[in-house]
Design a binder for this molecule. Structure first.
Ligand code: FRU
Length: 433
């Protein structure tokens, strides 16, 4: 989320005992980030965003995810593939889109030409004031939707609480297309515990940055058959309770030469994981897989691709989410390990996998890698003049209308060898296979 979300004061509640990381949590360090370099292997070529067709008639679209089968492959049902996206009417100002986000879907026979299907859930049935990113998994003709329920319907003003929710329905397809019906009740399945994952209440105690507990992504471990949700969280504890640990910086030598500014305490992004029971009835929070304490405050839309028996964990972040003293592009970052939990090393030394070109630094965002290494993302229309979507929100309305929109970006084909990645080629917009 590119907008600075204001944290509102709330009533004091006893804080649970917090922990920054579990025994196997890996740190993405300041030293790793200091190695970021844009080069031909990671920098997406410039493309003219204004020439890209708008895919959803009447809507901006941004975060996008394909319907997966239970093993995590792109699902095909009666010959159809499905993608879901966050969307908002395109007559809204950029600053407003996150406030009314709704999940809509498309279907396609070839995984390239998509027909707009409309709203995913029947109007008014999803939890939250609005819905943020998630994932969807198909088992037979049952679809399990996981999403972020942001805010509560019972509140009369917009709030930023994020809870992870699910609902199960049926997919229906014929020669004309795809729709969904027979939805069961929506339910909240995960909330931050205040120990490994910061609660909104803890964030309300002096946090200067944003807040996150969102973007559930389905994952089945092919080695064990166990099932999980990965998600974007923040390390537990209120800002005043958080302790600096030397390992957040990196080596002793790096730390000695690069002191950590006190303001970096506000950067506490993590990649969370929860174990899912096989009947999808219980969801158990585990300690985070990665933490970026004193490094970065948003590790968005985490997801794993397994290749050559290795786990490749990817996440997205923004220029503006790094702690003082660190710099990285709007990009996709990644880590590799031989085990699902523990042992992760940043890909390419720094973690950087994909970056926007320096002459269009806000060209695209919210990259997601499919099992076949096709990377989908959304393009931001217009010349953003080096501004983030949040900064654009401060511009006059006429300017904002002219300069913002969202549609799918050209797909990026990635190649991976060991701990090294490269952009192999650029594929057409909508290529999601
Ligand atoms: C990424 C993101 C997600 C969130 C959504 C909100 O672009 O910040 O983390 O679910 O956008 O619109």
């Amino acid at each position: 989320l590119a907008l600075a979300t204001t944290i509102v004061a709330s009533s004091f509640a006893a804080l649970p005992v917090f922990a920054q990381g579990g025994p196997q949590t890996v740190n993405w360090t300041r030293e790793d980030v200091s190695k970021i370099e844009l080069n031909n292997s990671n920098t997406i070529p410039y493309f003219d965003v204004s020439k890209l067709p708008k895919m959803a008639p009447g809507y901006h679209m941004w975060d996008t995810w394909p319907l997966l089968d239970r093993d995590g492959n792109i699902a095909t049902y009666k010959g159809w593939k499905v993608i879901f996206c966050l969307s908002a009417p395109n007559n809204l100002l950029p600053g407003k889109v996150h406030d009314v986000a709704t999940i809509r879907y498309f279907y396609s026979k070839n995984g390239q030409d998509w027909t707009f299907g409309g709203e995913f859930f029947p109007e008014g049935t999803a939890i939250g004031q609005r819905q943020w990113a998630g994932s969807a998994m198909l088992d037979g003709d049952e679809i399990h939707a996981f999403y972020t329920a942001t805010g509560r319907q019972t509140e009369d003003h917009l709030t930023y609480e994020q809870r992870i929710a699910t609902a199960t329905g049926k997919i229906v397809a014929d020669s004309n297309g795809v729709h969904f019906e027979n939805w069961g009740p929506h339910r909240v399945i995960l909330e931050p515990d205040g120990k490994y994952y910061e609660t909104l209440d803890q964030a309300n105690h002096g946090e200067a940055g944003g807040y996150a507990f969102r973007d559930p992504m389905w994952f089945k471990d092919p080695k064990t058959g166990k099932e999980y949700l990965l998600f974007e969280g923040m390390s537990g504890g209120a800002v005043g309770d958080r302790q600096f640990k030397p390992e957040y910086a990196g080596s002793a030598q790096y730390l000695q030469q690069n002191p950590v500014p006190p303001s970096a305490v506000h950067q506490n992004g993590n990649i969370g994981i929860a174990e899912v029971s096989s009947d999808l009835s219980t969801f158990k929070l585990l300690p985070p897989v990665i933490e970026a304490n004193f490094v970065n405050e948003e590790l968005e839309r985490p997801h794993i691709v397994v290749k050559d028996k290795k786990y490749y964990l990817f996440t997205d972040t923004h220029v503006s989410k790094y702690a003082e003293g660190l710099h990285g592009p709007e990009g996709m970052y990644g880590f590799v390990s031989d085990t699902l939990i523990g042992g992760y090393k940043p890909l390419n030394g720094s973690g950087l996998v994909l970056a926007n070109p320096t002459n269009n630094p806000y060209q695209a965002y919210s990259w997601l890698v499919t099992p076949k290494l096709n990377v989908v993302s959304f393009a931001q229309f217009g010349d953003l003049n080096g501004m983030s979507v949040g900064e654009i929100g401060n511009q006059p309305p006429e300017w904002q209308f002219k300069h913002f929109g969202g549609t799918l970006a050209p797909t990026v084909k990635l190649s991976i060898k060991g701990d090294h990645t490269e952009i192999e080629k650029i594929l057409p917009q909508g290529w999601i296979k």
